[in-house]
Ligand binder design. Structure first.
Ligand code: FPP
Length: 236
């Protein structure tokens, strides 16, 4: 069995891996006459709510799109605010999830977060390395095309055979199953560079709810919608 578990039971009514593109924090704040950073604060409060609701439903892997590579060109104070929310989240992590049950991973050009956050992230990943059965991935400084180019470069440097199996080991998602379900909040209907290689057969669910308002009921609706999908993976 290759490390990347492509052969898991993908016809199950319950997704094994759910991703959330957390969109709408800025609009949530603007609608209330608040600064965009207030929207990110409210969004950050929803991160453990959403992850725990998915884990409690039986989902094993949750991936949250926090900051894309492109997001780093937003005004510095907005980026600083989001990075502060991430740092607070890591500090609170042991209290937010059932002890020893969640492995925390960061996917992307994490070095863009700078120090000291980069070291804090590295330590959190080490501290939770053997936690199971759940995995929470936070995409930070992530770009889908950049991930593919990076993986190709790393594989070519290794001088190994160019197979899908070897290539997938060089992706940030090495060892993870592909997302079965990708949810995007905030009404936009696009993936914005989210895991282009891994999402080829993902089911997509778009909802209008802005991320700070997104909660357990929306998750139930998304999971219920997924359970009615007919996944054929190009077969009949
Ligand atoms: C997109 O909404 C959201 C982001 C770019 C940041 C997401 C960050 C968080 C939810 C908080 C921190 C994360 C963690 C993991 C603790 P937008 O700002 O593009 O919203 P808009 O489309 O309404 O402008």
């Amino acid at each position: 069995m290759p490390e990347n578990k492509k052969f898991a039971d993908k016809t199950s009514a319950l997704p094994e891996h759910v991703a959330v593109i957390m969109d709408g924090n800025g609009r949530w704040a603007t609608e209330r006459g608040l600064k965009r950073s207030e929207g990110h604060k409210e969004g950050a409060k929803k991160v453990p709510v959403v992850a725990n609701a998915l884990f409690n439903a039986g989902v094993k892997t949750v991936s949250l799109y926090a900051l894309s590579e492109e997001n780093f060109s937003r005004p510095q104070d907005e980026i600083t605010g989001i990075l502060e929310r991430i740092e607070e989240f890591i500090a609170a992590f042991p209290k937010l999830f059932k002890e020893g049950s969640v492995r925390l991973r960061f996917l992307g050009s994490v070095e863009k977060a700078g120090e000291p956050l980069c070291s804090v992230i590295g330590q959190a990943e080490k501290d939770t390395l053997f936690c199971s059965p759940f995995t929470l991935n936070i995409l930070l400084g992530y770009g889908g095309r950049a991930e593919i180019i990076r993986a190709a470069r790393l594989l070519s440097e290794k001088n190994e055979e160019f197979t899908a199996e070897n290539f997938e080991k060089e992706l940030y998602t090495s060892g993870l199953s592909d997302p079965d379900l990708i949810i995007r909040t905030g009404g936009e209907k696009r993936l914005s560079g989210f895991m282009p290689y891994q999402s080829t057969y993902s089911e997509l669910y778009f909802c209008d709810t802005l991320f700070p308002d997104f909660g357990e009921e929306d998750i139930s609706a998304a999971l219920s919608d997924y359970s009615g999908r007919n996944r054929r993976f190009g077969k009949i």
